[in-house]
Design a protein around this ligand. Structure first.
Ligand code: ADP
Ligand code: MG
Length: 396
């Protein structure tokens, strides 16, 4: 792929797909890591006199206008971080946005409203996506792909518009790609992956493909209950993907054949209900009773996981070990975050919530080798998959 240095941008309109999908709570940005990560590319383009038009999404509005998922607060925060004005366009297409782009000076920056408010962005119908892509491409002379968190998606603002304009990878996509290329080509071993979080079915799909690449897989978070169920244990009211149990059994058998160690929790912190001050208890992982739900890994699991990570030379961590947003269930996530911050091995944190968690614990990003802005994208990269948003970028 080409870099933005290969584009002649002075006085040109440059359309940038950024990843500004930050966690929000009560209308406030609770972690601005992804906005910060977009700064190097936007600054470089604006400094070189580009007229910068930024596209991004927030959450999953599913093709409808959802006021709570407006990017307007993100425009404000972006402007503070860039220390220059950022205009905001409530329109994505049509004369209003055309006018807003025309009004940009060299070095000016315009952020468009949540691109997923338009149903064509994520449409499975290629023609629909191409129509939106054509509208977006008409706003610019060149395209820069800098939303690493979405490069695994076939979406109008990611793959379709890239094919309509001269294109290049932004600084973030370049640096993330460098790290993940290293992980798939030549990782130091033992190589361990820690998986958790709530996007269980997404991540279960990934595990099978990771078996040929890694030496050890540690499973915590909401995912682990489908594994415990596959091992024949009751999981009470915990998060469970019942239709995936068979797949997980297959994964466990496959792992055994390949000599990949799958490490499951041995104890679980359970709660009566999904709430911060619920009645809680710590139980053995094979003895979760009905009426209780698993909220975090237990203390013996923390010890076990720390031991399994201690001699690893490469560790990738994606997905919190528990419901870390509630202090009562944050201990497992915090312990893993701290264990990895202290190692000299190559440590990569992926996943929006995992990265937000380490910052919430006050652990600096630079205590890890790399904190990725991509969750799904980083996992698919690690599987060795060709990512559509990277495949469409022109070679040098
Ligand atoms: P990431 O963004 O890092 O890829 P996910 O989006 O998959 O992670 O999952 C993050 C969410 O998973 C967090 O909001 C956390 O509360 C939730 N989670 C973790 N463990 C559990 C659990 N045992 N039960 C329910 N939700 C969980
Ligand atoms: Mg997430």
């Amino acid at each position: 792929m080409r870099s933005i240095d290969d584009l002649d941008v002075s006085g040109q309109r440059v359309l940038v797909r950024a990843d500004l999908n930050v966690p929000m709570s009560a209308g406030e940005i609770s972690d601005d890591g992804r906005i910060r990560a977009s700064v190097p590319t936007l600054t470089a383009l604006a400094d070189r006199g580009a007229r910068v038009v930024v596209m991004a999404h927030l959450g999953r509005p599913k093709g409808k206008i959802v006021p709570e998922l407006s990017l307007a607060p993100v425009a404000t925060r972006l402007s503070e971080l860039l220390q220059r004005p950022v205009e905001f366009s409530p329109a994505l297409t049509g004369p209003d946005v055309q006018a807003a782009v025309s009004a940009l000076d060299d070095g000016g920056i315009l952020l468009l409203e949540n691109v997923r408010f338009d149903p064509r962005e994520t449409s499975k119908d290629r023609e629909q996506r191409q129509r939106l892509a054509a509208d977006l491409a008409s706003l610019a002379d060149a395209y820069v792909s800098d939303g690493f968190g979405v490069v695994h998606r076939e979406q109008a603002s990611v793959t379709d518009v890239a094919q309509l304009l001269p294109n290049a990878a932004g600084r973030l996509v370049e640096s993330e790609s460098r790290v993940f290329n290293r992980l798939i080509s030549d990782p130091d071993r033992p190589y361990a992956v820690v998986l958790g979080g709530a996007k269980v079915s997404d991540k279960l799909g990934v595990i099978g493909n990771l078996l040929s690449r890694v030496d050890r897989i540690l499973v915590g978070g909401g995912m682990c209950f489908t594994f415990l169920a596959a091992a024949g244990h009751p999981v009470g009211d915990s998060l469970l993907e019942a239709d995936q149990v068979e797949t997980v059994r297959q994964v466990l058998a496959d792992a055994a054949d390949r000599g990949v160690e799958v490490v499951l929790p041995v104890d679980i912190v359970v709660a009566r209900e999904f709430s911060p001050d619920a009645e809680k208890a710590t139980v053995a992982a094979d003895a979760i009773e009905a009426g209780w739900m698993g909220m975090d890994i237990g203390p013996r699991t923390i010890e076990l996981f720390a031991e399994k990570l201690a001699d690893a030379r490469t560790v990738v961590w994606n997905g919190p070990m528990g419901v870390f947003e509630m202090p009562a269930f944050a201990a497992g996530t915090q312990a893993i975050a701290e264990a990895l911050a202290d190692t000299s091995s190559f440590t990569v944190i992926g996943g929006g919530d995992s990265a937000a968690a380490i910052r919430a614990f006050g652990i600096a990003d630079d205590r890890y080798s790399h904190v990725s802005t991509g969750g799904g994208a980083s996992l698919e990269f690690l599987e060795g998959k060709q990512l559509p948003g990277l495949a469409v970028l022109e070679d040098r």
